[in-house]
Design a protein around this ligand. Structure first.
Ligand SMILES: Nc1nc2c(ncn2[C@@H]2O[C@H](COP(=O)(O)OP(=O)(O)OP(=O)(O)O)[C@@H](O)[C@H]2O)c(=O)[nH]1
Ligand SMILES: [Mg+2]
Length: 404
């Protein structure tokens, strides 16, 4: 029941809507991300379907004509999976599966599936399974009603209900078991964190695939798994880093994403403790991504959810080597100039204006550009925190000036 869904090498179609809040361009950008998620999960996108509507249809998400188009396409091209950009209700999922007669997934399913595939340690696996159970529980009734209807429309009473109840009980029991298990591990980890002593703690945070692990590797010379897929990192890695002669702890953790399923934020609480207990956040941004400002908002929103909004934060704009402004011809009077046409130095002044000159850094972790500036800035900030916290403890970490 909780096995990960095997969608490897499956042909998939993507489905999204265009609404007032989400225009055609936005919708395509979201579907780009959904395609990347599908690829990461092991699927291949064959076609995208979008429909303009006020809001998704409560029964079938798309309108009846459009869903019929999708059905035909799926049948003719032997598509195995239809993936929706938004979370589907259990009723929608049930109705759509019946019409399309193929596997129906939503964004949450896909993210949970990737997490399940990527979870390496027992801690990560337990957290993912908890999230899967939480996602499944409210949908159980739907699944059974669906079967009952197929068998001939027996109502809610009788053996059907017993099976639903039994199933729910099993999932609920599994949830409490997993929660207990996590509590034990969390306690152990909290003790471990306590044992690390007084060192200042710095956490890398940011959207998925922005280069957190790459930066961790170049800074700490460690070997953290980094690759061009989403959610390469699920566990937290903590390394002792020494800049000049000031040691501190640097942690690399799970990346965030737009609409990160709440079940995941909940069950990854333990992993996110590393962020919650950090003294300084390095918010890494992929400036070469067309949606990077929206990514920043998503990350800030999740930081708020885990009560970490007011921590000292340095914005680290990574991948400056890959940044390309959208070209704008001088004699093109049609196209309105927007931030997409910004040069890198325009972005620099914009963000230094927003967060303060010292709190916006522009680097390339890959090409090791500007890393000296980065180290110096992190050094200054860590030292500041250390001195504030341990005013009489200077002997541990000699003054910057003393070193020369
Ligand atoms: N062009 C360019 N690519 C980079 C840079 N830094 C990292 N990358 C690439 O971006 C991809 C993602 O890097 P990771 O370090 O795995 O990113 P992450 O933020 O740890 O991602 P998750 O763990 O999935 O959240 C990899 O293919 C890196 O090689 C950079 O400065 N420039
Ligand atoms: Mg990573």
């Amino acid at each position: 029941m909780l096995e990960k869904k095997d969608i490897s090498l499956e042909k998939a179609v993507l489905i999204g809507v265009i609404t007032k809040e989400q225009d055609e361009v936005k919708s395509q950008e979201y579907l780009d991300e959904l395609e990347f998620l599908t690829f990461t999960a092991g699927g291949e996108v064959i076609k995208r379907f979008t429909q303009k509507m006020e809001r998704p249809d409560p029964k079938t998400f798309l309108g009846s004509g459009k869903i019929e188009d999708v059905r035909k396409y799926i049948e003719e091209n032997e598509i195995g999976t239809a993936i929706f950009d938004d979370e589907l209700s259990s009723a929608q999922e049930r109705n759509i599966s019946k019409i399309l007669n193929c596997k129906v997934l939503d964004r949450t399913n896909l993210i949970l599936d990737i997490f399940a595939q990527r979870a390496q340690t027992s801690y990560a696996r337990t957290q993912v399974e908890l999230a899967q159970c939480e996602y499944l529980l409210p949908r159980l009734r739907g699944m059974w009603t669906h079967l009952e209807r197929q068998k001939g429309g027996i109502g809610m009473r009788g053996p059907g209900e017993t099976e639903i109840e039994t199933d729910r009980r099993i999932v609920r029991e599994r949830i409490s078991l997993l929660k207990e298990k996590l509590k034990t591990i969390d306690k152990q980890m909290s003790v471990q964190r306590g044992n690390r002593g007084a060192m200042v703690r710095v956490a890398l945070v940011g959207y998925t695939n922005v280069g957190k692990s790459t930066l961790m590797n170049v800074i700490s010379k460690s070997d953290v798994f980094a690759e061009n897929k989403l959610f390469a990192t699920l566990d937290t890695t903590v390394r002792k880093v020494v800049i000049q002669n000031l040691p501190f702890l640097l942690s690399d953790t799970v990346g965030f994403i737009r609409k990160l399923p709440t079940q995941l934020v909940e069950s990854f609480k333990g992993t996110l403790d590393e962020v919650r207990e950090a003294d300084l956040l390095l918010h890494v941004v992929d400036i070469s991504h067309p949606n990077f400002e929206e990514h920043i908002e998503s990350v800030n929103k999740i930081l708020g959810e885990i009560k970490s909004s007011d921590k000292p934060t340095i914005m680290v704009f990574n991948k400056i080597d890959a940044y390309k402004a959208e070209p704008l011809d001088a004699d093109d009077l049609e196209t309105e100039r927007s931030s997409k046409h910004n040069t890198l130095s325009e972005w620099k002044s914009t963000w230094m204006g927003k967060v303060g000159k010292n709190n916006a850094l522009f680097i390339s972790a890959l090409n090791k550009e500007n890393l000296e500036d980065f180290k110096k800035r992190v050094y200054d900030e860590v030292r500041e925190i250390h001195i504030t916290r341990f005013p009489y403890n200077k002997f541990l970490y000699p003054d910057y000036e003393d070193m020369n």
